[in-house]
Every structure is written in C-alpha cells, then in structure tokens.
Design a protein around this ligand. Structure first.
Ligand SMILES: NC(=O)c1ccc[n+]([C@@H]2O[C@H](COP(=O)([O-])OP(=O)(O)OC[C@H]3O[C@@H](n4cnc5c(N)ncnc54)[C@H](O)[C@@H]3O)[C@@H](O)[C@H]2O)c1
Length: 692
C-alpha cells in the first residue's frame, strides 16, 4: 500500500461560519451545526483513510477555516509554496501551516507579502499534461503565476475566474486520471475556456451542469479510478462511470455553508513531477504611469476596471497624491495579463486614458510594412478619438488627419491616420502599443460626474426635465452665436424624424440664419423635407393636422419623381420646382450637404450617394474643420459621423431614446452632450433661444 497518496487534513474542532468572505457564508454565520460537521468530517476522513495516507494538522482556536487544508499552500515534488491569504480573517493560519511543513521536511517557498495566493485552492497539478492549472481573478493575484512556474519548475496555465461563488479554482475544476478534466465552463472567461479547450480534447472534457457545480461536484479528490465528492447528479455519475471512474459521495453540506467541500478539506502532499518538467508561464506585465485628478475624476478607477474586465491584473506600485485643489496626482501601475495579446489590448485602452510608459522604458513605435494593398499587418495599432503621437527615431510625431478606427502610417518624418482600405503596399504601419501616446485634456474633478448628469439629466434629482433641457439649449444657443460670430464651422447630421416632428421649419431657419455650415443625412431626410415642401405632408401625413391624407402614401414617391425629373435638388431649386424647406435653404445659402444611401432608400434621389465608400469620403470632407456637430435623431448617420470625429469637437446628440444618446455621447471625451428629448421640441426651443 506504499504507493497510496498522502493527504493533509485538519480536524474541524474549531470549525464554524464565523465571518463572511464568500457568497456561501452569507446568511450562514453561526449556523453551521458543529456536531454534524464533526460527524461528516469523520466519515469523510475514514473513507479517505481507506484509500490514502492521511496526515493531520493541529487545529487552532479562532481559525475556523483551517479545516480547509487545500489552502495551506501548493505542494509539488517536496516543495511547498505557502499561501498568502487574500482575506485578513485567514492570515492567522499561515504560521501554523508553515510550522507543519517545516517539521515535515518540505522545502518552503514564500511569496512577497503583498501578493495574495491561496495554495492548492487556486493551483492544481495535472500530472499527465505536466502543467499546473492556476487561477486568478478572485483570491490569487495573476502576478503569482510566473513565480509559481519559477519556484516549482513547471509550466503554469492561467485561468480567470469570473463568478464570485466559485472563488477558488478547485471549486469548479479538477484534473482527473487518464487526462480527463471535470469542470464548470460558465465560471471561466472566454480566453480561459479557450486555453482549456486547446489543451484538453473534447472527449476528455467533462463539463458539469449548474446543479452539479453548486453542489461542488467539481470540488473532487481523485485517487486512481475513485472520485470523492460531496454529491453529484445521476447524470454526472453515469458520465463518470462511462469514463471508467467510480464516484463516492460523502455528504459535506455543513462545510458547504462555508463554501468548501471534499477537495477543500484535503491537501495532496506527494504529487510527483516528471523529470521533463520545466518552468514556463505566458504572463506578461508592464509598468505604466498615469497623471491627473486620478481619484476625483475616477480615472484610476476606470484604469483598474478596464484592466480587470479585460482579464488582466492591476497593482499600484507608487502613488503621489496632489495635495492642492488644482494639483494632480500621479500613479505608477503594474499591469499583468495572461498573454501578450491581452496585455496589448489593455495597454491600448490605458493609452486612451493618457497612461504612458515611464521615461526609462520609453521606446520607438514598432513599424511593419504593408505587403498587400488595403490590408494592414497583424497587430496594427487602432486609432481612437484622441489626438495621438507616435515615437519614431526618438521623436514624438503628431498623427495628422486623425480619426478613430484608423491605422497610423509613417512617411519619413510624418505620421498620418489612414483607413485600412486606403493602405498601399510598402506603407509603414505602427503595430502594437509601444511608442504610442494620446494627448488628453485634463479631466476636471467634476467633469465625469457632470458628463453623466448631462446624459441622464432627466432623472437628475431636483431638476425638472423641461428645466434641464432649457438650460442645455441655452448653452448650445450661446455657443452657436459665438461660433457664427467668429466664422466657425457647425455641422448638422439629421434624420427624417426631424420632419415628422415638425422640426423642419426650425432647421431651415437655422440654415437661413447662417448657423449651419454643412448638412449630412440619408435619403429619407431629403425626401421627407421635399415632400413637405411640395405637398405639405411627410410620408403622407399632414403635419399641420397630424392626420394621414387620402392617397398620401404616393406623395413620398411623387416628391422623389419631381427631383429626378429636374436632375438634382439644386436643379429643382434653380428651376423653381422647390421653393422652401431645409434643402431649399441649403442651396440658396450655399451650405453644402451630403446624402449617404442605405438599403432602405426609396428612389433614391439623384443626390443620394449609393456608393458608400464615396459617401464616407463626402462626409469626411464636409466634417473637416468642424468645431461643433449637432446630431439630430438618426442613429445610423450619427454613429457614422461619431466614428470619423476626433476628440476636441463638441458633439450634441438629440434623440428620444436614452440608449442612443448614451452610446453617442459617452465617448469618454469631455466635449459631448446628450439630450434625451423630442427633436421637434428641441429645434423649436433652440430657434426661440437664438432669436431671444
Ligand atoms: N424612404 C426612404 O428612403 C427611407 C425612409 C426611412 C429611412 N431611410 C434611411 O434609413 C436610414 C436610417 O434611417 P433613420 O436615420 O431614420 O433611422 P435610425 O434608426 O438610424 O434613427 C432614428 C432615430 O430617431 C430617434 N427618434 C425617433 N423619434 C424621435 C423623436 N420624436 N425625437 C427624437 N428622436 C427620435 C430614434 O430613437 C432613433 O435613434 C437612413 O439612411 C435613412 O435615410 C430611408
């Protein structure tokens, strides 16, 4: 019986639910039945003793979770890496387990103080694959993984846990004999599921249902063909039997009240490591610096959130707090990710928050040459709305023609933003995120809060909805007057709802009065405006009476037909066929317009550009130099325009649907305002305010 595995257990003398450090403990404080817990543990220990050599740690008063020995450390081939508990409540266990391992001749490794790691709860050895599956995201810090690889001399595969109920890897994942893996996929992020699928073929993956997962069926001890668990459904049992296993249930529900079961109660002490094992971890990390009103404007929170949401880990190495109201704070951050690809993704978002590499590690941007026209090299840097600089030959170059969703092309001493389709073979394109930075306006302490107040102004406490709109419209009117006085450029993007809501006459008057320098839209705004001008209806509805006109549905097509007969909107104005309305005013006042086609379009009008690449170019041309853009009730065209517009241009988005306003106004830039209201009312109020 000498090849029986060795397990460390700790009797539950002081076990109880004394505090809450996981969702299972909520509502269970002082509710564990101590007698029953002891009975369940004894029965479980007896079963294990028949199959393994059991060692015991001495339980300690006031350390109720010491019974969960799996969290003492991870043991591989005579080495133990001790845990550094995430929660203060469990840190008292550390010296006792340390003493036990020292007394039993293990080589002890300790991690730096500030790096949480919870032992075999978060690190499971897979002998047949020769890899240590290690998790992060709940209790263990990702940065621990490369240290485990180095200290234990093994390959570590990092998996991220995203469900608080499954706070340790061993609550939802167990490597089994014959290369099987028993696991609950729903609690891993997509990258981690891919990592599992790449290493474990489908026929070896035993995915459990939620019911088995919450009964801790994956919290299993596997010895030879036997699997010891709290309980499992008949369905899981029969799958395991057909894979050649025998499932042995031992009720442990008193321990489930603390969020632990079979595997948590035992630590394997003698896992063998094959001689061929070698240290390997794909974890990549980078130090970044960020400066600004980091706390008040929420910048640091956002940096933290985006790192965690993207699957990385985030640690503040240094923080200097700005002490005066206007002085800024500075943080040095270590960002780690399970792969270079994820690190680059996080870094790209960090750059948008204004993060930079520390001076000593700044390098030139990486460049790759385009080999196929209209196709960028892999890993090309994707531009965002923020003005950007790239470092080439030790100098920072400002990117010209900046817009979002472009690539950066370096031509000698100049950097340009281009769309992928416009790339030529031999263009040099920036790849990765090194040597790239964005220039952000300093966010004020209040800006973030008030940006949200704008979007959700209607729900704002103490301000009535009408009053809120009036205030915002006053501000817009004030800016429009100033813009007109200094000869600035304001562009309107408008959808057909402007006409249906009676806003057409107001938009026409803005054009007539010189507030609009270009108009963008689709076929529909023009058709409806012209139908209204020619026949007094919009889609057959009489706007004066708000009622459909007999045979009115034909009006729409008659309007299109009239313009087609004249040749164009301009020609219709010149021939006297079109005498009023938005597009009449555009022609009369030399305000250029561009109409981009869509699959919904009737006609279309001769002016509607149905070649979308040409339509995009028309939009881009008319948007050049714009200082303010008024987006009026068109999701399609507003989003298109938003994508072409760099930060620094003031965007005002008016839509009845708050979700559309949020999508358009929340670009993370400071200059956008969203107004949730009827566009007809908005335009009428704006014209009134301008006249006042
Ligand atoms: N007959 C035609 O040729 C025809 C007809 C309709 C649309 N189209 C084309 O289809 C494309 C998309 O059309 P779109 O821009 O109308 O649709 P869209 O879905 O992009 O936008 C309509 C927006 O108006 C908002 N809205 C609705 N009522 C409102 C109100 N009272 N006040 C403020 N906002 C309001 C909606 O929430 C929505 O966001 C365009 O290119 C358009 O030209 C063509």
């Amino acid at each position: 019986m000498e090849n029986r595995p060795a397990l460390l257990l700790c009797p539950p003398d002081f076990y109880g639910v004394e505090y809450v450090i996981n969702p299972w403990m909520e509502g269970n404080v002082h509710r564990a039945n101590h007698e029953l817990a002891i009975q369940q543990w004894r029965a479980f220990a007896d079963v294990l003793q028949r199959n393994a050599r059991v060692e015991l740690a001495l339980p300690q008063p006031h350390l109720p979770d010491m019974v969960f020995t799996a969290n003492a450390g991870v043991v591989l081939g005579g080495n133990v890496v001790l845990s550094r508990f995430f929660h203060r409540e469990r840190r008292g266990e550390e010296p006792h387990f340390r003493a036990w391992f020292a007394a039993h001749g293990f080589e002890i490794h300790e991690l730096p103080r500030d790096l949480p790691f919870e032992g075999a709860g978060d690190a499971l050895w897979d002998y047949e694959r020769g890899v240590l599956w290690a998790s992060y995201g709940q209790r263990t810090e990702l940065e621990v993984h490369p240290l485990l690889a180095k200290l234990l001399g093994v390959e570590v595969v990092s998996l991220r846990l995203i469900d608080k109920r499954f706070y340790h890897l061993d609550t939802c994942f167990t490597p089994l004999e014959h290369s099987y893996v028993l696991y609950y996929p729903a609690v891993f992020d997509a990258y981690s599921n891919r990592a599992i699928e790449q290493r474990v073929p489908a026929e070896k993956r035993i995915a459990v249902s939620e019911i088995d997962a919450v009964n801790f069926a994956c919290n299993a001890i596997n010895i030879g063909a036997k699997i010891f668990v709290n309980k499992a459904t008949e369905e899981l049992k029969s799958r395991l039997v057909s894979a050649g296993f025998e499932l042995i249930e031992s009720p442990l529900d008193e321990f489930l009240k603390s969020g632990g079961a079979a595997k948590c109660l035992a630590l394997r002490l003698d896992e063998p490591v094959p001689a061929t094992a070698h240290a390997l971890s794909t974890i990549e990390s980078r130090v970044l610096q960020i400066e600004g009103h980091l706390l008040d404007s929420g910048l640091l929170d956002r940096a933290h959130e985006l790192t965690i949401d993207s699957g990385g880990s985030f640690r503040i190495l240094d923080f200097t707090l700005g002490k005066q109201h206007q002085s800024t704070s500075k943080a040095t951050i270590l960002v780690a990710a399970p792969s270079l690809q994820i690190l680059e993704k996080i870094n790209a978002q960090m750059i948008d928050l204004g993060a930079v590499l520390p001076d000593e590690s700044i390098v030139d941007a990486e460049l790759q040459t385009v080999v196929q026209q209209g196709v960028a090299p892999d890993d090309f840097y994707v531009t965002t709305i923020y003005p950007t600089e790239v470092r080439v030959n030790g100098r920072w170059l400002r990117v010209h023609n900046h817009r979002m969703d472009g690539v950066v092309v370096i031509d000698g001493e100049h950097a340009f933003c281009r769309l992928i389709r416009d790339l030529s073979a031999s263009d040099k394109v920036v790849t990765g995120t090194l040597g790239v930075r964005t220039l952000r306006k300093m966010e004020s302490r209040e800006s973030r809060r008030s940006a949200h107040a704008d979007e959700f102004g209607f729900m704002g406490a103490g301000v009535s909805s009408e009053r809120r709109v009036e205030l915002v419209v006053d501000e817009i009117a004030w800016e429009l007057r100033r813009l007109r006085e200094r000869g600035g450029k304001m562009v309107v993007v408008a959808g057909p709802v402007v006409i249906h809501t009676g806003g057409g006459e107001h938009l026409a008057s803005l054009i007539r009065d010189g507030y609009v320098q270009a108009l963008l839209g689709g076929n529909a705004i023009a058709v409806h405006d012209i139908e209204q001008a020619l026949l007094g209806t919009s889609l057959g509805v009489d706007l004066q009476r708000g009622a459909p006109v007999r045979g009115g549905h034909r009006h729409h097509l008659r309007a299109i037909n009239t313009i087609r007969r004249c040749g164009s909107i301009r020609a219709a104005v010149e021939q006297g066929a079109l005498t009023r309305g938005i597009f009449y005013e555009c022609v009369k006042n030399d305000v250029p317009f561009a109409l981009a086609g869509s699959i919904r379009d009737d006609g279309p009008l001769p002016d509607t550009q149905m070649d979308l690449i040409k339509a995009q170019a028309d939009y881009a041309r008319l948007l050049r130099g714009a200082e303010m853009i008024l987006m009026l009730s068109t999701m399609l065209h507003s989003i298109g325009v938003g994508n072409m517009t760099p930060a620094g241009v003031k965007l005002v988005c008016v839509d009845i649907n708050p979700a559309v306003v949020t999508k358009l106004a929340d670009r993370g830039s400071l200059e956008s305002t969203g107004i949730v209201t009827d566009v007809g009312l908005f335009l009428s109020l704006l014209v009134q305010r301008l006249a006042a």
